[in-house]
Design a binder for this molecule. Structure first.
Ligand SMILES: Nc1ncnc2c1ncn2[C@@H]1O[C@H](COP(=O)(O)OP(=O)(O)OP(=O)(O)O)[C@@H](O)[C@H]1O
Length: 551
């Protein structure tokens, strides 16, 4: 065995090849060596910077000469004095077994193997020798397939690093020639029936003849596009369950869709992502069957990857109550007034196609319990059943009635009609408030702040983590900030506030990582709250021209 080759003369080892490897000096790294020019050069260059490479070669058993490649790489590793690992895998059989395409199967088997070699040798990274030429070919293929994002080959992925992704292939060959180092040619790389080979030998040379910097340009497009994609994914990650999706940029919605489908482990085609995102953006309904046969639905402004299951009663049903689904004329008596069941279902964003599947317990046309999530109880129904009060999942319909009454009171006083109540841990009202900004000449006198202050006094603590803030209008940043400071457990609001709302109206503050994030439900009795606001603004406009109130 010969000694490792290191300390290559600088003229043999140009900075463009050396610099990306400098951080591996002294490090154990697993390097995937096919025997092709790029990976052989990478191995020699790693030794040149003083790294401690472990050579890993996978014999894919896809062509007759593959065992010869393995033997050739073994001989090279021995000559260089570096550890060598190889394995022969019948990749074609793996592809048949797993039902995927050959290239995907080869890639998966190869990277699994490289990862295992790295783990066995305590290597911090797995290196592959992809170069700018590989990158340009990949970007062209993505472009021709009409991919939504031109990612190209990622420079880093898990423990895998591709340090030469911006290195021109010509530099690699010049390096090997200068060393007098040979390599193996894979005959399939020259077969124009393979798209990559056709791009390499027929398309790219023509593009280069006209645009000499073609490869650099394609690599640059991939890098910038990856950066754009990362930024857009951050925006998509900020979408919360309560964030209204209609009107969000299509690029963000597409990423929201791909993330949701990936989390559910569902495969998809790019056009399906586009269709689902378009339905979300337009607030429409869409049903699709994904490649695995799974149906997904966009409805009620959300993407559902599983059929909705509506709850059944988990208590003994009192005598005289009947179990059925909805009928025309159904109403729910709530503490703040009686509402049509259809309005309650709309507020709860129950998709139209699901409304006949929601279980009800009724007395005549009086709905005592509706199996929504959370369930809705008619006035006194919870007590009749003996179910414990539950502030986080119970009383907001009734509490919203009280908040609306406070909003009416504010309107009567010439204020912007917003009312709020805070429900304590047992579902009881512990704080009430309405806008008093004009009366007090203080624009911070918003309903929520008054209700939160009173709740803190009632409970003897400013921490309201087991409480629910119920407010007729989507809170502004100031009030949401106060609710976050108080660690309010849940916020329920009525009308959206497109001028100052901090839960999606103007911005969604909860899209950023706060130490604490309340559960938010929007749109409860929204029509009533919005109608009250509209009427009172009309009245104010007709009035004596006193200063315009700010919600
Ligand atoms: N059989 C293999 N065993 C180990 N690593 C491999 C193998 N095939 C490819 N790799 C790694 O993946 C990289 C990219 O693969 P690709 O198929 O483009 O390489 P290649 O054209 O066969 O050879 P090279 O990139 O070495 O010129 C290689 O540079 C190498 O690091």
């Amino acid at each position: 065995m010969s000694a490792p080759v290191s300390g290559l003369p600088p003229d043999l080892f140009p900075p463009r090849l050396r610099r990306p490897l400098a951080s591996y000096a002294g490090q154990v790294v697993a390097v995937g060596v096919s025997g092709g020019a790029d990976s052989v050069a990478l191995l020699r260059a790693l030794l040149g910077v003083g790294a401690r490479p472990v050579v890993a070669h996978l014999d894919h058993a896809l062509r007759p000469g593959s065992a010869g490649d393995a033997a050739w790489v073994l001989e090279l590793a021995e000559r260089l004095g570096v550890p060598f690992e190889t394995v022969r895998v019948d990749v074609a059989a793996v592809a048949v077994r797993r039902g995927g395409n050959l290239e995907d199967a080869a890639r998966r088997v190869r990277y699994d193997f490289l990862g295992r070699v790295a783990a066995r040798h305590g290597a911090g990274a797995v290196l592959t020798a992809h170069t700018r030429r590989d990158q340009a070919e990949t970007v062209l293929m993505e472009l021709l397939r009409g991919e939504a994002t031109l990612h190209g080959i990622a420079p880093a992925w898990g423990r895998v690093r591709r340090p030469w992704l911006d290195v021109p292939r010509a530099d690699v060959e010049a390096f090997l020639h200068a060393l007098g180092q040979g390599w193996r040619e894979d005959p399939t790389n020259a077969d124009p029936a393979q798209t990559r080979a056709w791009l390499r030998w027929e398309v790219l040379p023509r593009l280069r003849a006209r645009f000499p910097a073609t490869e650099a340009a394609l690599a640059r497009v991939a890098r910038l596009s990856r950066e754009d994609d990362a930024a857009l994914r951050v925006l998509a990650d900020r979408l919360q369950p309560h964030t209204p999706l209609p009107g969000q940029p299509p690029a963000v919605l597409r990423r929201h869709v791909t993330r949701t489908l990936a989390q559910a482990g569902l495969p998809y085609h790019a056009e399906q992502v586009e269709r689902l995102a378009a339905a979300l953006g337009a607030g429409e309904t869409a049903h699709l069957c994904l490649p695995g046969g799974r149906d997904v639905t966009v409805t009620g402004g959300r993407l559902h990857t599983a059929p909705q299951v509506w709850p059944a009663p988990d208590f003994a049903v009192p005598e005289g109550w009947t179990r059925r689904t909805r009928q025309p004329g159904d109403r729910v008596r709530l503490p703040g007034g009686t509402r049509r069941l259809s309005d309650v279902l709309t507020d709860a964003k129950v998709p139209r196609g699901d409304r006949d599947r929601v279980l009800l317990l009724v007395q005549g046309s009086d709905v005592r319990w509706a199996g929504l999530r959370p369930p809705v109880w008619g006035a006194g129904a919870r007590e009749e059943v003996g179910a414990p009060p539950d502030a986080l999942h119970g009383a907001p319909h009734g509490a919203m009635g009280e908040a609306l009454a406070l909003a009416h009171e504010a309107a009567g006083a010439g204020e912007v009609p917003v009312g709020a109540v805070v429900l304590g841990p047992g579902g009881e009202v512990v704080g009430r408030g309405r806008n008093t900004s004009r009366e007090d000449g203080d624009l911070t006198r918003h309903a929520e702040l008054a209700a939160l202050r009173e709740a803190a006094r009632t409970l003897g603590t400013p921490y309201l983590d087991r409480c629910t803030l119920v407010v007729t209008l989507e809170p502004c940043p100031m009030c949401l900030g106060a609710a976050l400071e108080a660690r309010v457990g849940r916020i329920v609001y009525g009308a959206r506030n497109p001028k100052a709302g901090a839960l999606g109206g103007v911005t969604d503050l909860l899209g950023h990582h706060w130490g604490h994030a309340p559960v938010v439900t929007g749109g409860l009795r929204a029509g009533e709250a919005a109608g009250l606001l509209r009427r009172s603004f009309q009245a104010l406009r007709r009035g004596a021209g006193a200063g315009k109130p700010q919600p």
